[in-house]
Write a protein that binds this ligand. Structure first.
Ligand code: PMP
Length: 460
């Protein structure tokens, strides 16, 4: 069999055997799949040798590009020792070293923040499990403290915290989450801090953060039932790259303190430099009680997640074996040594390459380009925090009328961009810009030019 036959076989076999996530397979089966075989820097190559700029960082996980030598070496080094051993009843060297390093980095980053220090690391293996851990931990914490009535959570409209049922229960993206309604936990919802489409019909800043006030109304009546507020700090990412207005996050922290509710910061998407700081919470000097990290933690190499908790939460779980205060939660691949070795290498790179400092010119390039793109006829809003950005397409700029989701406008733009060698993945009508942090200024400029052309072509 020649290479072409091999490629055809892969395409057929993909359609025959693989069920892709978040994908209408009927459409998928009607098209030729792009099958990736290789990556280098911020590019990925398909089986026909075509290179694409990885404009979504392989779904927001890749930080330093593909085949980053230091991460490759760290994983190879660990492979020569052991690939996996369990954290249930044992520990392993990279997991300990990473926990120590993370606690130090988080404490440096959030050192002066309002809120307690995060001192304990609980491992799992993806963003959704990090959130499940956080929710269960918050609930059980209050149970141990004698507040058994705190058995619900408050989350935001447009929130996205993952796809497992607990995470979906605190989600608020109707198109993804409504189907599962009958299966979900009862939770309280608060308005999304989405200024372009304010649910309360207000204008920032004259509103005086009306969305936070609305949250307080709910807390006033239901704080006895609420164990935690879970929030994506600053950027509701999968909800459409919605950037919260200045002051919102710190207001939520204050409300948590006032009403004795834990604050869970889901930094799965925003963590590890995406917003221009190591963690989004830093922008408003907020320290949560529980923090979820995943995605960029291994630079996009291996599945790994952590849920960080305060000493106070951890201590509430201590007791005699017979008291059953144990946190009964743990996954087979929890604290995987290969993944932890990759994560340790990433944290070293952040330090010695001064990744965050080097982001500044890139953020400027992005801002300039977004300003230019905002002038296009069918672009309603552009927004960014660091290197995370969203371009919201609208049918009518004046009235802000959205495209119907069935129009698939975001996908049309993505297809045009793909034809020009840039891989992006939209969220409804929002074009997402989320390249690896290591992208060069030139490649970023090129990517943004392609996105602009793709918008023009898709709306012509
Ligand atoms: N939380 C946030 C904020 C996310 O953006 C995501 C994934 N996009 C998740 C949780 C879930 O992570 P995973 O897909 O690794 O389960």
């Amino acid at each position: 069999m020649g290479i072409m036959d091999d490629n055809r076989h892969l395409e057929e076999a993909d359609k025959k055997y693989v069920w892709h996530p978040f994908t209408q397979m009927q459409e998928w089966e009607a098209e030729i799949p792009i099958i990736i075989t290789e990556g280098q820097d911020c590019f990925i190559k398909d089986i026909y040798g075509r290179w694409y700029l990885d404009g979504v960082s392989s779904l927001w996980v890749n930080i330093f590009g593909h085949r980053k030598k230091e991460i490759d070496d760290a994983i190879r080094g660990q492979l020569g020792k052991i690939s996996h051993s369990t954290m249930l009843g044992l520990s392993n060297v990279p997991a300990i070293q990473l926990a120590e390093k993370l606690v130090n980095i988080v404490s440096q980053s959030l050192g002066q923040a309002q809120g307690p220090a995060l001192t304990k690391v609980f491992y799992s293996d993806n963003g959704s499990t990090a959130v499940e851990v956080a929710l269960k931990m918050a609930f059980q914490y209050w149970k141990h403290r004698g507040f058994a009535g705190k058995n619900s959570f408050l989350s935001l409209n447009n929130a996205y915290h993952g796809d497992t049922l607990g995470a979906v229960s605190v989600g608020g993206v109707d198109i993804f989450h409504n189907t599962f309604g009958p299966l979900l936990l009862k939770t309280f919802k608060s308005p999304s801090p989405y200024c372009y489409r304010c649910e309360l019909g207000e204008e920032y800043s004259a509103c005086g953060l009306a969305c936070a006030k609305k949250m307080e109304d709910t807390l006033r009546h239901h704080h006895d039932e609420i164990a935690a507020i879970i929030i994506e700090p600053l950027v509701q990412a999968a909800g459409g790259m919605i950037i919260a207005p200045q002051g919102y996050l710190s207001e939520v922290r204050k409300l948590c303190n006032k009403y004795h509710i834990l604050l869970i910061a889901d930094e799965v998407a925003t963590g590890f430099g995406r917003t221009g700081k190591m963690f989004a919470c830093e922008h408003e000097d907020v320290a949560p009680d529980i923090m979820c990290l995943s995605k960029g933690i291994t630079g996009g190499y291996m599945p790994l997640a952590v849920t960080l908790a305060t000493e106070e939460i951890y201590t509430a779980f201590l007791g005699e074996f017979s008291e059953l205060k144990t946190f009964f939660h743990g996954h087979s691949y929890t604290g995987n040594p290969l993944a932890c070795a990759a994560a340790l290498a990433c944290l070293d790179i952040f330090e010695h390459e001064e990744t965050l400092k080097k982001l500044l010119p890139k953020t400027d390039i992005l801002k300039e380009s977004l300003k230019d793109i905002s002038g296009l006829a069918y672009v309603g809003d552009v927004r960014n925090k660091g290197l995370m950005a969203g371009i919201e397409m609208v049918k009518n700029k004046e009235s802000r009328e959205p495209y119907a989701w069935e129009d698939k406008m975001g996908w049309k733009v993505a297809h045009h961009a793909r034809d020009k060698g840039v891989f992006i993945r939209p969220l409804g009508n929002v074009i997402v810009i989320m390249p690896p942090l290591s992208i060069s200024n030139d490649n970023l400029t090129r990517m943004l030019a392609v996105v602009k052309d793709a918008i023009i072509s898709a709306t012509a």
